[in-house]
Design a protein around this ligand. Structure first.
Ligand code: ADP
Ligand code: MG
Length: 332
């Protein structure tokens, strides 16, 4: 239960083709993240799966059954949105129980399901409160609770953490991952944030202009990006991408070297440059270095490094960990 298969799924709004054609398999119990820049079609794809939009072509199979024409409520999915969409005049209890009430379930059964969900989400003490008396994180948990009570085969999350501040986002990220381990239901999670994708996903689907650039585990994408888009999108700080003469020397049109895969020296190395900005994080030092031959490079060094703006440094790439791309931007 909870497997989803997209077969040549496409979507156009009038003349505008947002999703040309997508094939994708999502296995039961997987946590799949759709990641890509804003406007690339992530929400549209999720809404197609949910049945909130009609496909322009192709089929959506859920548990081996063609669900393309099924109503959203018939698909066994539950969606959690970025805007929590809670009813302000209703208590947490009523908000979480709302879909069950709509489905005509009796009150005792609703209470039981709501209380079980509240226990999972640490909301037991807040059941009689109104949403305005909750923190952002708690409101998001209420929205998740409303999805949980429906016992869906698959949870669909559309940028659920975008409205939260950075610290809370990290917390909720852990909570959602933990919840996934507890419930074991398939989850599809949409975000533009590659860190969320890397930290939460079993499988990442990188989208760009409505096309899948690559599907893989976080470390697959990190170690073996198929093309320049994925190389530049996954990883923080971003991979250094160099073309022209320095790349030709390594037999490629473009070479990619991650900031953490260079050696730094103050006396010798492959590329000489001046430190433009030194970011001292304590755990790491990020150096943005204007080199003489290859432009601006970012280097990441573990721990503290007594290097400052204006210092001369040398950067040497670890050739074993260098990525090579051809003239079409595909990995060689
Ligand atoms: P993302 O979630 O990745 O930011 P969306 O799926 O929301 O992207 O949007 C993808 C593209 O589809 C955008 O160019 C957007 O303007 C367009 N789009 C989305 N919904 C509609 C709609 N109902 N009508 C017309 N264009 C739409
Ligand atoms: Mg979106």
């Amino acid at each position: 239960m909870g497997s989803i298969k997209l077969e040549q799924v496409s979507k156009a709004f009038g003349e505008a083709v947002v999703i040309p054609s997508i094939d994708l398999e999502i296995n039961n119990g997987e946590f799949v993240v759709f990641v890509g820049p804003s406007g690339c079609g992530k929400s549209t794809l999720l809404r197609l799966i949910a049945g909130l939009e009609d496909v322009s072509g192709g089929r959506i199979m859920i548990d081996g059954v063609d669900a393309t024409e099924k109503q959203p409520s018939q698909r066994g999915l539950a969606m959690v949105f970025q805007s929590y969409a809670l009813y302000p005049h209703m208590s947490v209890r009523s908000n979480i129980g709302f879909p069950l009430k709509m489905a005509g379930m009796d009150k005792a059964e609703i209470d039981k399901k709501v209380e079980d969900a509240a226990a999972i989400l640490n909301l037991t003490d807040y059941l009689e409160r109104k949403p305005r008396n909750l923190s952002g994180g708690q409101r998001q948990r209420v929205a998740i609770g409303r999805a949980i009570v429906r016992s869906p085969e698959c949870f669909l999350f559309d940028e659920p953490l975008s409205n939260l501040d950075a610290a809370l986002r990290v917390n909720m990220r852990l909570e959602i991952t933990e919840l996934h381990h507890k419930l074991g239901a398939t989850s599809i999670y949409v975000t533009h944030d590659q860190v969320e994708a890397m930290t939460m996903a079993d499988k990442i689907v990188v989208l760009n202009k409505g096309n899948i650039e690559q599907v893989g585990s976080p470390l697959d994408l990190y170690h073996n990006p198929r093309n320049l888009f994925v190389a530049g999108f996954i990883g923080s700080p971003k991979m250094n991408l160099l073309s022209g003469e320095p790349a030709a020397k390594y037999g490629a049109t473009t070479i990619g070297i991650r900031p953490e895969h260079v050696a730094l020296s103050t006396t010798e190395g492959t590329w000489k440059g001046k430190v433009v900005v030194a970011e001292h994080l304590g755990s790491d030092t990020f150096l943005h270095v204007q080199t003489e031959g290859v432009g601006l490079l970012t280097a990441r060094v573990g721990g503290e490094l007594p290097v400052r703006h204006g210092d001369t440094v040398y950067i040497t790439p670890d050739e074993e960990r260098m990525h090579r791309f051809d003239e079409k931007g595909m990995a060689k």
